[in-house]
Design a protein around this ligand. Structure first.
Ligand SMILES: CC(=O)SCCNC(=O)CCNC(=O)[C@H](O)C(C)(C)COP(=O)(O)OP(=O)(O)OC[C@H]1O[C@@H](n2cnc3c(N)ncnc32)[C@H](O)[C@@H]1OP(=O)(O)O
Length: 581
């Protein structure tokens, strides 16, 4: 395949842009997420090397990645927001697209949009597509309480293909009521299960997480767009200190996605025909050689909580389509909200995760910054930049959303290639046919711990969360510890809890786990009942705190004040599982 004989409908990435700003630094402009996305989009348009106004006018489709503050029902936006984010950005860059898309929540969004809209171009249904996203969480958090805070509200007319939150099966009042409202505690369950599978001690596993992420800090330190550009050693990353407090065991703050960022990124795709017509030089062109989008089973349905096979299948399929293996990749960016998101894919692909292989091009979500759902647009932009500098080399972006729930992959190169349809649908049917683990929504009796975490609130309060199997019939249960149950917290915080025997008891407010069958026996006095028949229902966000992540991507604070809030009284206090941080 050469540039001369390539099909004119072939999709090609022709422009990328990234912008960022840090509070307190020279040039800080207090930009809204719309302004950050627009600045990145302008950069992507200019990056084509063609006449900017002509390129902007040719954009027929815009697709916005959802910000955290519009990713969960009831999320606050203390500085206001646009009623039509994609068109707010389009107007600013001089585009008048016929189609405007607002993608569902989730970190897979950027790569998914590139995969989907490249297919749209290949089918002849679009010619020039601008994908963008941005977060101004740092600015919003900083100014939320200020008297002279800016107002980012705007009303923009025009059609909008709003795909909704897309949180079905990812978030529910049932999960939230048992402490699983935020991403750190959800992912901690997977890392602890992986540790037990590898038969490692806590110290050994922490050392591995440190070794995995220390090289990420080095990449971040060299990246002008990084939110936390500080190089740190492996030991420093995983040693709890006042600054590096425990968030959800085994995670300290340094190994958790950092959501306080002001970052925007954009990618411009075109058909080869449009790129030629608009005068985009061929040295700017980057082709999608492989792509895949797969969804894991819902958390409590998964057979093995130590691994996320759908993500690995997606990566393998994208590489297969490209006709290469992991060793052929020159640049890799694996989504890194928590260590397991990276090590799961490394385990599956046989990639070294000890620092000998670079696994991020940006610095990763804890150090570059977890730009809400939009992190991987930055990864794509950086991979494109690197591949242009190394014609013929391959790069891969793995983008993760939910609780290791959705994985989208792109394999890129400057080498021309025709559009290659993927077989994700057939693979998805295979995944969907895997048997779901039978659940005991109301769990009573003795059981065995399958995985666990202990969440640490800012004030020192702790909540233990256990996923286990009932001895009587092997059904899976979810439970949390009662308030002040130091004995059970002690079991969960030392040695190897996985495989240990515990007692679980159901109450209206949810399941409670103890090391013995006493203590959780009294009837619970009051408090709203936990919905048990609607696992897919997304809890509304009533937190008036400035932090806005959705359940999909949330910080631990996001369950405050919603389902699972328990009543008072002595027994109530004892049974209460402790608040989020
Ligand atoms: C699929 C997925 O992507 S899942 C992942 C989704 N993302 C998440 O869930 C986000 C998870 N992270 C979080 O919730 C939070 O970062 C937490 C809970 C881990 C820590 O939050 P906090 O306790 O509020 O952290 P804290 O504010 O104390 O410190 C974080 C850093 O941000 C800095 N910071 C605080 N406010 C701001 C601000 N407005 N702007 C920029 N930086 C800020 C602090 O100075 C500190 O910097 P340092 O690293 O130099 O010490």
């Amino acid at each position: 395949m050469t540039f001369e004989d390539i099909d004119p409908s072939t999709p090609v990435l022709v422009g990328v842009g990234q912008v960022s700003e840090r509070i307190g630094e020279p040039g800080y402009r207090c930009l809204s997420s719309v302004e950050l996305a627009a600045a990145a989009a302008r950069e992507a348009i200019a990056d084509t090397g063609a006449v900017a106004a002509t390129v902007a006018a040719a954009v027929d489709t815009v697709a916005g990645v959802r910000q955290f503050e519009i990713s969960v029902p009831g999320a606050p936006a203390p500085l206001g927001r646009s009623t039509n984010y994609p068109r707010s950005v389009a107007v600013r860059v001089g585009a008048t697209p016929g189609r405007a898309i607002l993608e569902v929540a989730g970190g897979q969004g950027p790569q998914h949009l590139v995969n989907e809209l490249a297919a749209t171009i290949a089918a002849g249904d679009a010619q020039a597509v601008l994908v963008f996203g941005a977060e101004a969480i740092s600015t919003t958090r900083h100014l939320a309480g200020a008297e002279d805070r800016p107002d980012f509200s705007e009303t923009v007319e025009g059609d909008l293909e709003d795909r909704g939150f897309g949180l079905d099966g990812l978030a529910s009042q049932f999960l939230a009521a048992h402490g699983l409202a935020g991403a750190p505690s959800q992912y901690a369950l997977f890392d602890n299960a992986r540790r037990a599978r590898l038969r490692q001690t806590r110290q050994e596993y922490a050392a591995g997480m440190g070794a995995l992420f220390a090289p990420f800090t080095k990449v971040a330190a060299a990246n002008p767009h990084a939110a936390a550009p500080t190089e740190r050693g492996a030991g420093e990353l995983v040693t709890p200190t006042e600054k590096n407090r425990l968030i959800a065991e085994p995670y300290t703050r340094y190994v958790v996605a950092r959501e306080k960022v002001n970052q925007g990124a954009a990618v411009l795709l075109m058909s080869v025909a449009a790129a030629r017509r608009l005068g985009v030089p061929e040295e700017k062109w980057v082709f999608l050689h492989g792509h895949a989008d797969l969804r894991e089973r819902d958390l409590l349905d998964r057979g093995d909580l130590s691994t996320g096979p759908a993500a690995v299948m997606a990566a393998r399929h994208a590489l297969d389509l490209a006709g290469i293996g992991p060793d052929d990749l020159d640049a890799i960016d694996l989504y890194s909200c928590f260590p397991i998101a990276v090590s799961n894919v490394c385990d599956g692909l046989g990639l070294a995760a000890d620092g000998t292989r670079e696994l991020t091009v940006t610095g990763g979500l804890p150090f570059f910054g977890g730009a809400g759902n939009n992190y991987s647009t930055h990864a794509i932009a950086e991979v494109v930049r690197r591949l242009r500098a190394r014609p013929g080399a391959y790069g891969m972006v793995g983008a993760n959303g939910g609780m290791l729930s959705k994985y989208s992959v792109g394999v890129y190169s400057t080498t021309p290639c025709e559009w290659r349809p993927d077989e994700s649908a057939a693979l998805q049917a295979e995944i969907d046919a895997w048997p779901a683990v039978e659940q005991a929504v109301q769990a009573d009796g003795w059981g065995t711990i399958e995985t666990y975490t202990v969440k640490h609130g800012r004030g020192g309060n702790r909540t233990g969360i256990v996923v286990g199997r009932l001895e009587a019939d092997g059904r899976r249960f979810l439970a949390r510890t009662a308030d002040g149950d130091e004995e059970t917290l002690g079991l969960l915080s030392t040695g190897e809890p996985i495989g240990r025997r515990v007692h679980v008891r159901s109450f209206d407010v949810g399941n409670r786990v103890t090391v013995g069958d006493t203590g959780a026996g009294e009837p619970f006095p009051d408090g709203p009942a936990v919905p048990r028949d609607d696992h897919g229902r997304v809890p509304a966000h009533h937190d008036d705190h400035a932090r806005t992540p959705p359940v999909d991507q949330a910080g631990e604070a996001s369950s405050r004040g919603r389902a699972g809030r328990e009543g008072g009284g002595a027994a109530g206090r004892r049974l209460r599982g402790g608040s989020d941080d």
